[in-house]
Ligand binder design. Structure first.
Ligand code: AVI
Length: 366
């Protein structure tokens, strides 16, 4: 469940689920599932068309997250090679109370992309020991994910869980506030990894603009590490990540009228050292000819479709972005040997408003 920035624009972990297929009678057109979110559908159509015509060809990463893709991602989080999720849980287990202490209380929690709610449950079980009730809002574009999350949290006495079906920042703006509570925004699972770096830096400003003095932003991110350690996490022995990646072709065929032969594409995960990211591609093993939307796609053997980027960060880089957005970094906790960090950013009391770069005309600055 994710993703207004690169991830929300391009890679929410779960997209609005399409409605059941309605095949138009006697139509020569392949059946396409109408998307109830027509705007999202139009945005996706444009992204697919533009991406297929770009070089390298690049597809919106949100294509990875239909119902099957989200389930495959869930499976990835259990793979021995993919330590990201376990590191996130371990830090939440160890340091949530220090996060609460740093904020003071009482606290309300708002999670951007809560998935099935298991991380929120871990946090809220600890928070409920300190205050009689905890208001919680989960923000996601997926109704299914929100329902699962709400179900998981209902089991915790004292938690008042609400759902906002929206993109991250819209949902954050709309989430009702509880009087005299400090808001703790959770953005976990290293979802920031799937943003382009510039969008990641911008996201801090965007979140900051929706918070008040005393509020906190807890960000979980995977850190730089040796490619030998990282690549297996994106090219696992069981082939789950390969299936997760190839599911994009399945979606293009089913929902967008393409007929990519799935067996002609190989999953590729490679480390781009300069950009400090893992890139997932689908590499054509033979010549491919298909038509998607209204464009002909001709691929030579070895040519790829770029489906996702997953960036790595340093703690200093994250702190710098947070501080540039007007936060104070109140703590960073790291996991080892799998390098992963939780960073807590707090809006200082009495801090001048900070605007994203370009928000004000240049002449406004001295
Ligand atoms: C959701 N996101 C943080 C995952 C990642 O690690 O970038 C998505 C993923 N892609 C392949 N494996 C997992």
């Amino acid at each position: 469940m994710h993703n207004e920035t690169e991830k929300a624009r391009a890679a929410p972990r779960r997209q609005p689920e399409p409605a059941p297929a309605i095949a138009p009678a006697q139509s020569a057109q392949p059946a396409r599932r109408p998307d109830p979110h027509a705007f999202a559908d139009e945005t996706m159509r444009k992204a697919i068309r533009d991406g297929l015509q770009a070089r390298p060809r690049k597809l919106p990463a949100s294509l990875l997250y239909d119902a099957l893709g989200s389930s495959l991602f869930e499976a990835i989080t259990f793979l021995p090679e993919y330590e990201v999720t376990r590191a996130d849980f371990a830090l939440l287990e160890r340091h949530s109370r220090e996060v609460f202490d740093a904020l003071g209380g009482p606290i309300e929690v708002c999670e951007l992309g809560p998935g099935a709610g298991s991380k929120a449950a871990l946090v809220l079980r600890q928070l409920i020991e300190r205050q009689p009730t905890v208001p919680f809002t989960g923000v996601d574009v997926s109704r299914t994910a929100l329902d699962q999350c709400q179900h998981a949290l209902e089991a915790i006495p004292g938690v008042v869980a609400r759902a906002q079906q929206a993109r991250y920042l819209d949902g954050l703006a709309a989430a009702p506030r509880t009087e005299d509570h400090r808001r703790l925004v959770l953005f976990l699972g290293s979802n920031l990894s799937n943003f382009e770096r510039a969008a990641a830096a911008r996201f801090f400003h965007e979140v900051r603009a929706h918070l008040q003095p005393g509020d906190g932003f807890l960000l979980a991110t995977d850190l730089d590490k040796a490619p030998e350690q990282l690549i297996p996490a994106y090219d696992d022995a069981l082939g789950v990540t390969a299936a997760f990646n190839r599911n994009v072709l399945l979606r293009l065929n089913r929902d967008w009228g393409a007929d990519f032969p799935l067996d002609a594409f190989r999953h590729r995960a490679h480390w781009n050292a300069q950009a400090r990211r893992i890139e997932m591609h689908l590499e054509a093993e033979r010549s491919i000819r298909t038509r998607v939307l209204d464009i002909d796609v001709l691929m030579a053997p070895g040519e790829t479709l770029w489906t996702e980027s997953s960036h790595r960060f340093t703690t200093a880089e994250l702190r710098g972005w947070g501080e540039a957005a007007g936060f104070r970094c109140a703590g960073q906790w790291q996991n080892a040997p799998w390098a992963f960090a939780h960073s807590l950013f707090v809006v200082p009391d009495r801090f001048p408003p900070v605007f994203p770069p370009g928000f004000l005309p240049q002449s406004s600055f001295p």
